[in-house]
Write a protein that binds this ligand. Structure first.
Ligand SMILES: [Zn+2]
Length: 189
């Protein structure tokens, strides 16, 4: 990003964007998600969002909704919630944000910084930095290995299917991406 590009992106974000501080949630099945920060911009101009996306290089642009009434224009949204990327992006926008937005951004950065902590991997014993208080392994590989060994030891199918999922993760993701693209295409049509 050049300074001019960052300034343009920060300006768009200041005018149209949203910093949402999300509370901790518990999803069905017991997955907990620690407090997180969601950044988003909604617009009916897809090209503006695509340009923003190209400049910042993170997050994604999705088709938002078609609008409740026939005269509503289709709406697009850029959004980002990966904690490390949110931190980096907000920090780079900081000099260009107005006073009110800057205060909100600082609040978000403080929330993220508070969660970042050094943890010990339960598989290899190495230390790693994480935003997730529940994260037990330094990487997917070690998580997979630990689950696999656990499933072999206990005969627990849940742990086994998790490790199976992780080993075939790329294939699963590719399949869901294709399905997503098909869904999107049928939405637009
Ligand atoms: Zn490890």
């Amino acid at each position: 990003m050049t300074d001019a590009e960052t300034a343009w992106a920060a300006g768009l974000f200041e005018g149209e964007g949203c910093i949402c501080l999300m509370p901790e949630t518990t999803r069905w099945g017991g997955n907990r998600r620690r407090p997180w920060v969601a950044l988003s911009i909604s617009s009916t101009d897809r090209d503006v969002l695509e340009r923003f996306h190209m400049i910042v290089g993170v997050g994604g642009v999705t088709f938002h909704h078609r609008g409740a009434r026939p005269h509503h224009k289709p709406c697009w949204a850029w959004h980002l919630s990966a904690r490390d990327k949110v931190e980096a992006l907000l920090s780079s926008f900081m000099p260009w944000l107005g006073q009110r937005r800057r205060a909100k951004a600082q609040e978000a950065l403080a929330l993220l910084a508070e969660q970042r902590q050094i943890r010990k991997c339960e598989y290899c014993g190495g230390s790693f930095e994480s935003y997730h208080g529940f994260q037990r392994f330094c990487c997917k590989k070690h998580q997979e290995k630990a689950w696999y060994e656990q499933s072999k030891a206990s005969g627990d199918r849940t742990a086994y299917s998790r490790s199976h999922y992780l080993r075939n993760r790329e294939a699963y993701l590719e399949r869901s991406r294709k399905q997503h693209a098909r869904d999107k295409a049928s939405q637009i049509a």
